[in-house]
Design a protein around this ligand. Structure first.
Ligand code: F6P
Length: 362
């Protein structure tokens, strides 16, 4: 009998989701397996079910298309994280309803493509009997169990492009330009983009900053005859003695707190202190849109094919990961979730930046 695989995308979207879907459908098709897309995140498994068949012929063009053809959600009945990442158990009756519908669809397995929140839901579903396999997605690159997540490289490319553009206008006007990037509680996007885009100051959640240090960097540059300064700040960066800057604190009882606003705060303070004209650009969801880079395309394709192979082997309750040797391998969902990988303040990445005189605001 033909076996059927369900595919669901959860959490925030990111470039490469469609490339993973394509890889699973194409690899499955060659085996004679059928795939079904679950729409709108896990809620698509609730009554009325939102599922549609995905055939190999439908996959044309998906390797390079941003977003997800299945739609996604980072709120709703299945949210497993609230506030600043606090755990929440998906209600049993929701899981039971989803399982009943999953069985009625005749699905053999479910592939859950998402970040820590989605994979936490996947683990809860696995524990109640879902044959499930995870694929690690997030522009934040903050999952400890894999060397990298897909979507991150594309987000960094977007931030580097923004820094390149900000350089010329900053130089023309002798201004300070502040670029706020995403990344939640990890500074990977800011650190990698800052290094590749020639930022003078990189502010990340892993290193608390103060304005005196930023001011010193601006003054050093002025003394060298450089009258512009580029600052990249991660949305989760914090000032010494202060907490996260957030934009939906009051409305986040059943969902994760939205970070953001630190860029404008930093820009205002720099302008007041340095008396230099300062502007802020919030890159926001531009980092999540558009075509995936070549790295993300091949990573997604490898993740998708290996996820399918894990299903063939009935390796359920696992996530496919890129290991230290650059190979694909399984990691249990249990070991993969709730472990955030953050930039090491004493690590090679930060040390390399410091060796160039880049300030971390400390
Ligand atoms: O986790 C991905 C991410 O883009 C974070 O970097 C960011 O904090 C968050 O999602 C934004 O979420 P939303 O799309 O709900 O504003």
């Amino acid at each position: 009998m033909t076996k059927k695989i369900g595919i669901v995308t959860g959490g925030g979207d990111c470039p490469g989701l469609n490339a993973v879907i394509r890889a699973i459908v194409k690899a499955g098709g060659l085996y004679g397996w059928e795939c079904f897309g679950i729409h709108g995140g896990f809620d698509g498994l609730l009554t009325p079910v939102q599922a549609m068949p995905l055939a190999t012929k439908d996959m044309d063009g998906l390797l390079i298309r941003g977003g997800t053809i299945l739609g996604t959600a980072n709120s709703g009945q299945f949210s497993a994280k609230t506030g600043h990442g606090e755990l929440r158990q998906v209600p049993q009756k929701i899981l039971t309803q989803a399982k009943t519908n999953f069985d009625a669809l005749g699905l053999f397995a479910l592939v859950a493509i998402g970040g820590d929140g989605t994979l936490t839901i996947a683990q809860q579903m696995f524990e109640m009997g879902f044959p499930i396999v995870g694929v690690p997605k997030t522009i934040d690159n903050d999952l400890d169990a894999t060397q990298t997540t897909f979507g991150f490289d594309t987000a960094v490319a977007c931030a580097v492009d923004a820094l390149d553009r900000l350089h010329s206008t900053a130089q023309s006007h002798n201004r300070v330009m502040v670029l706020e990037v995403m990344g939640r509680y990890a500074g990977w996007i800011a650190a990698y983009a800052g290094l590749a885009g020639g930022a003078d100051v990189i502010l990340i959640p892993e290193i608390k900053f103060n304005y005196d240090a930023i001011q010193r960097k601006i003054q050093t540059r002025e003394a060298e005859g450089k009258y512009f300064t580029i600052v990249i700040v991660a949305e989760g960066a914090t000032i010494e003695g202060q907490g996260f800057v957030t934009s939906n604190k009051k409305t986040c009882n059943d969902r994760e707190t939205r970070l953001g606003g630190i860029g404008h705060m930093v820009a205002t303070k720099i302008e007041t202190r340095s008396k230099k004209e300062t502007r802020c650009v919030v890159l926001g969801h531009l980092q999540r849109g558009g075509q995936p880079t070549q790295w993300d395309r091949q990573l997604c394709t490898r993740f998708g094919v290996h996820a399918f192979q894990m299903i063939v082997r009935k390796q359920f309750g696992f996530m496919v990961a890129l290991n230290k040797n650059g190979m694909m391998g399984p990691v249990t969902l249990k070991d993969a979730i709730n472990k955030i990988r953050r930039v090491d303040p004493a690590g090679e990445l930060v040390m390399t930046a410091r060796a160039l005189g880049i300030s971390f605001g400390d």
